[in-house]
Design a protein around this ligand. Structure first.
Ligand code: MSP
Length: 671
């Protein structure tokens, strides 16, 4: 059994968790669950970073001691993680004795190597970043661009680490291990930074006392980043004498297979951390993956503006799995993404209530009604859904292995579309009405149920609660599945099904987005919500009925829009429909409806302005294969010339863009 050790950053305790912290942890949890499904021996670590100037100051401002502050925030994490279905194996706090011991052991190794020296220096220190900045890195007024406040001049005698000696070795390591820093764009940034030359790094502080005392130097505490980075090893017992035992967690799991971090802290993980490990003669982690930032309505989240997205109301209103799904589906791992209540509610209704929830309830209800509350008695080894599943499986697996979570979810959702189409085409209700519960009906519904069982395994890493609930509905134990269950034909025949409520009850979007009395329209549901101390639903638990209206059984299609006048086939062929790929997208200034898209069709790229901004962000459109009316006369929209029109279905006035299988080349004619 191969081991897989993965970590999240450890979170500062000066702030309560927000969706940025939650995102990293959910991503790590998804990877951990995927690896467990594959049969790996997984170790998943998270924790809190409790020392340093920032924490010392925050505690002082609140009139409490740093450890009291840390205990409060740790209690919030302890409540939140199980509520979100996070399956970590260990939670490390940097104030624990096991951690301190390991930090001292690492410093000892750096000292033995001759890489530590004392020197006096002065510099601009940003306590937000917890690092010295060069003047080049600061804005006028010595303002830190990341924290929008001035860095402070600090002069002291510190211990230094000879980082400058490791530039070439780091560059060689990046060269030889192209997967050490991912994604590639971030790797290039780090390479450029190291090529620019490395300065020695101060690794002790004398102007604060909240930290681990630096060994052999009264008045010095260990620099918070040297302290914090070491958590990845101290949690495994590094620094304990037992660590040398080949059966110890340290021997088993170090080096880490994956450190997941935000882009703002990549340099610490991809430059300082490997340099410390080189110096200490210890193996390096295999991969540091840097993800992008969550913005709020395209703006940076900030406590001062009050637009930070906290998870509580989202979990209360929609359930933890909806939040997990949204975070993974909406952000391309590695790039920035924007959170909006509109996008969240839209995806919830379209992808979860409709595509997933309705398919499951429709199929299980028909099977129960027509086969006496049991799975149908005859299976189908040759169903077209088997072909669809077998095409989905390798795409899903490859995407999950490469951390392309959006692609993995897209593959599952395409399979869901096939399941729906299969049901619509076979009309089981008609078979039952005309011929009763025949073998044909049995095969049709067994195939649909079997597909749903398989969907429940494919979604398990992202939506563990929902996956368990689906398995219970189709009469299987809710316990986590194994990869070996991902085979067509495992659903037993004539087995009792169990009735269940809707997985994702549809919400009334207008009602949800309506501003609360006294709240301006643009901030409906957008306030920073405090962390609640509520009783918490388990993963996938349906949202409380009080906030979510009960679902329509099987949503009935709205009255068909009036049919247009008949046309001849020749009339139809006068419209040149082509497959295009969106290669760039941006919002049209002063319009809340329009997006300006650059669409590649064959060899050429053209501008198309589309009225889809209410439903799609520019990031969501980039990379999509769509259908364009290519021979439409150019028209000017908000001063931009548009050369074509994007096809979209109109659902309740909301445009749902028609997408095409990514394998179809651009320029292909649609007819
Ligand atoms: N304590 C350090 C990490 C030490 S790891 C040895 C730290 N803590 S943090 O609480 O400020 O941030 C933790 C993680 O949250 C970082 O990876 C950071 O990138 C991430 N995020 C904080 N805000 C974020 C967003 N708005 N969006 C996405 N992730 C962001 O840094």
């Amino acid at each position: 059994m191969s081991k897989f050790y993965l970590t999240t950053p450890i979170y500062y305790v000066n702030d309560a968790p927000h969706i940025g912290h939650i995102y990293t942890t959910v991503v790590a949890d998804v990877v951990a669950r995927f690896r467990r499904l594959a049969g790996d021996d997984v170790r998943f670590l998270t924790g809190t970073d409790e020392h340093g100037q920032k924490i010392e100051r925050a505690a002082r401002e609140q009139g409490i001691t740093p450890i009291e502050l840390a205990d409060r925030v740790v209690a919030r994490y302890a409540e939140l993680w199980p509520r979100l279905g996070i399956s970590h194996d260990d939670f490390i706090r940097t104030t624990e004795a096991r951690h301190k011991k390991g930090v001292l052991a690492l410093i000892e190794r750096l000292r033995e190597k001759g890489d530590l020296f004392l020197a006096r220096h002065g510099g601009w220190y940003c306590s937000g970043c917890e690092e010295f900045k060069t003047e080049k890195e600061l804005l006028p007024g010595n303002v830190c661009p990341d924290h929008a406040r001035p860095a402070a001049w600090q002069e002291e005698e510190n211990w230094f680490f000879r980082l400058s000696a490791y530039g070439d070795r780091l560059l060689e390591h990046y060269e030889r291990n192209p997967d050490f820093i991912r994604p590639e764009s971030r790797r290039n940034e780090v390479v450029a930074f190291v090529r620019g030359g490395l300065r020695d790094l101060s690794v002790s502080r004398t102007n604060i006392s909240w930290g681990i005392p630096f060994p052999g130097s009264d008045g010095h505490v260990v620099y918070v980043w040297l302290d914090a980075l070491t958590n990845y090893m101290t949690a495994l017992g590094f620094g304990e004498s037992s660590a040398a035992d080949p059966r110890s967690p340290y021997s088993r799991y170090w080096p880490a297979d994956l450190h997941i971090v935000g882009k703002d802290i990549l340099r610490f993980h991809a430059v300082y951390w490997p340099a410390f490990l080189f110096s200490a003669g210890l193996p390096l982690p295999k991969c540091v993956y840097a993800h992008g930032w969550w913005l709020r309505d395209e703006k940076k989240m900030s406590k001062t503006i009050g637009n930070v997205v906290r998870p509580d109301h989202l979990i209360d209103d929609f359930g933890p799995d909806a939040l997990r799904y949204f975070l993974l589906r909406e952000m391309t791992f590695g790039q920035d993404a924007s959170f909006s209540d509109e996008a969240f509610a839209g995806r919830y209704n379209a992808d979860l209530a409709n595509d997933l929830g309705n398919t499951v309830s429709r199929v299980t209800k028909m099977a129960a009604d027509y086969f006496d509350g049991k799975t149908p008695p005859e299976l189908d080894g040759d169903s077209p859904l088997r072909t669809s599943f077998e095409a989905t499986l390798p795409l899903w697996k490859k995407a999950m292995t490469d951390y392309r979570f959006q692609d993995a979810l897209n593959a599952i959702w395409r399979f869901l579309t096939d399941i729906n189409q299969f049901v619509v085409q076979n009309e089981p209700w008609k078979i039952h009405k005309e011929d009763g519960s025949t073998a044909r009906l049995s095969k049709c519904l067994w195939s649909s149920l079997e597909s749903i069982r398989l969907v429940s395994i494919l979604i398990e890493p992202v939506m563990p609660g929902t996956a368990a609930s689906i398995r219970r509905q189709v009469g299987l134990p809710a316990s986590p599945p194994l990869e070996s269950d991902l085979v067509w034909g495992r659903l037993p025949v004539s087995q009792p099904l169990s009735a269940a409520g809707a997985l994702f009850p549809r919400i009334d979007t207008k009602e949800y987005l309506k501003p609360a009395p006294g709240v301006p329209a643009e901030s409906a549901n957008k306030k920073e919500t405090p962390m609640s101390q509520n009783e918490t639903p388990g993963p996938g638990a349906p949202p409380p009925a009080a906030t979510v209206p009960p679902p329509a059984e099987t949503p009935k299609p709205k009255a068909e829009p009036e049919a247009a006048a008949e046309i001849s086939i020749d009339d139809f062929f006068r419209t040149d429909l082509r497959v295009g790929e969106v290669v760039a997208a941006e919002a049209v200034p002063k319009s809340n409806k329009l997006l300006k898209l650059s669409v590649r069709i064959g060899e050429n790229t053209r501008t198309v302005v589309a009225g889809i901004a209410k439903r799609y962000t520019p990031e969501q459109m980039v990379g999509r294969k769509i259908v364009v009316v290519a021979n439409l006369k150019p028209a000017k929209l908000m001063g931009i010339e548009s050369h074509g029109m994007v096809l979209a279905a109109s659902q309740d006035g909301e445009p749902i863009v028609l997408t095409v299988d990514p394998a179809v080349p651009t320029g292909t004619k649609v007819r």
